[in-house]
Design a protein around this ligand. Structure first.
Ligand code: ADP
Length: 257
C-alpha cells in the first residue's frame, strides 16, 4: 500500500493514570516519519484532545457538560499538536492540522476543499494530522450517541483520498467474538469480508475511560471501507511499530477486506 490513513485512539495516547504516553507518541512519530522516507503517503487521524486537555488543566475527571468538554478539547488540541510537532520535527518531518466535521461528505465544495488540501500536503511531504472539530461538532464528545466520530472520520478521509489502507489502532488486538474484557473465551477474527448482523451483535461499547466509540463505531467505519473496496486493519496501538508489521503483510489484528 502506498497511501495509508492511521487512526489512533485516546487509549493509545494516554496512560490510565491520566498522564500522556510520550513513548507511544514518539514511536508513532518515528514510524510515520520513516514511512514517509519509504515514499508512503501517510495521514494521521488522532483523538486525544480531551485527554491531553484534562492533563494540562489538572482535571482528574472528565467534565460533565459538553461546553466544558469543548473548552478542554480546545486547550488539549493545541497542546497535543505541540507534542506531535516536536516529535515529528525530531525525525525531520513537518505536520499540519486539519479540524474537520462529518459534513464534509454532505457539502461537495467542502469535500473538494478538503481533498485539495490533503493532496497538496501529501505532495509537499507534510504529514496531515486530523481531528474532529469539537467546537462546531460534538459527535465525538457526546457519549450518549456513542458515535466515536474519529472512527467514521478516518473512514471518510480514507475514502476521499482513495487510501489503500486504513489502520485503526485501539487498545485491543482486534475484533473478537465478544468483548474480551467481559468474556475470556472470546476469539479473535483474523479476517472479515462482510459486516453481518451477528458481528454487529458481538460489538459492545468502549473499553477504557477514555475510549469513545467502542467496537460498534469501528464496525461502522469498516462498513464504509468495505463499501469503497478498500481495506482496514484493526490492531493494538500499544506499540505503533506494529504498523511496520501490518504493512509487511503479517497477519496482525483483524483485516477487513
Ligand atoms: P479507542 O479509544 O481505541 O477508540 P474504544 O474504547 O472505543 O477504543 O473501543 C475498544 C474497546 O471495545 C475494547 O477495549 C473492548 O473493550 C471493546 N469491545 C467491545 N466489543 C468488542 C469486541 N467484540 N471485540 C473487541 N473489543 C470489543
Amino acid at each position: 500500500s502506498k497511501r495509508i490513513v492511521i487512526k489512533i485512539g485516546t487509549s493509545s495516547l494516554m496512560y490510565a493514570n491520566g498522564e500522556i504516553n510520550l513513548a507511544g507518541i514518539d514511536e508513532l512519530a518515528f514510524v510515520l516519519s520513516d514511512l514517509r522516507n519509504q515514499d508512503k503517503e501517510v495521514i494521521l487521524v488522532s483523538s486525544g484532545a480531551v485527554g491531553v486537555g484534562m492533563n494540562h488543566l489538572n482535571l482528574t475527571t472528565r467534565p460533565t457538560t459538553i461546553p466544558k468538554q469543548q473548552a478542554v478539547a480546545a486547550v488539549g488540541q493545541a497542546a497535543l499538536m505541540n507534542i506531535y510537532n516536536q516529535r515529528f520535527a525530531t525525525y525531520g518531518k513537518q505536520t499540519a492540522q486539519l479540524l474537520l466535521t462529518r459534513d464534509i461528505v454532505e457539502y461537495p465544495t467542502s469535500r473538494e476543499n478538503v481533498i485539495n488540501t490533503l493532496e497538496q500536503l501529501l505532495t509537499m511531504g507534510i504529514i496531515p494530522i486530523i481531528n474532529e472539530n469539537d467546537t462546531v461538532a460534538v459527535d465525538e464528545l457526546d457519549h450518549q450517541t456513542k458515535f466515536g466520530d474519529n472512527d467514521q472520520l478516518s473512514a471518510i478521509v480514507a475514502e476521499l483520498i482513495h487510501a489503500d489502507l486504513l489502520i485503526m489502532l485501539s487498545d485491543i488486538d482486534g475484533f473478537y467474538s465478544n468483548n474480551p474484557l467481559s468474556d475470556p473465551n472470546a476469539t479473535l477474527y483474523p479476517h472479515i469480508s462482510k459486516i453481518t448482523e451477528t458481528l454487529l451483535s458481538q460489538a459492545t461499547g468502549k473499553g477504557s475511560a477514555y475510549g469513545t466509540g467502542g467496537m460498534t463505531s469501528k464496525l461502522k467505519a469498516a462498513t464504509r471501507v468495505l463499501k469503497s473496496h478498500s481495506a482496514m486493519v484493526l490492531a493494538n496501538g500499544q506499540q505503533p511499530k506494529i504498523i511496520f508489521d501490518i504493512l509487511a503483510g503479517k497477519e496482525i489484528g483483524t483485516l477487513f477486506k
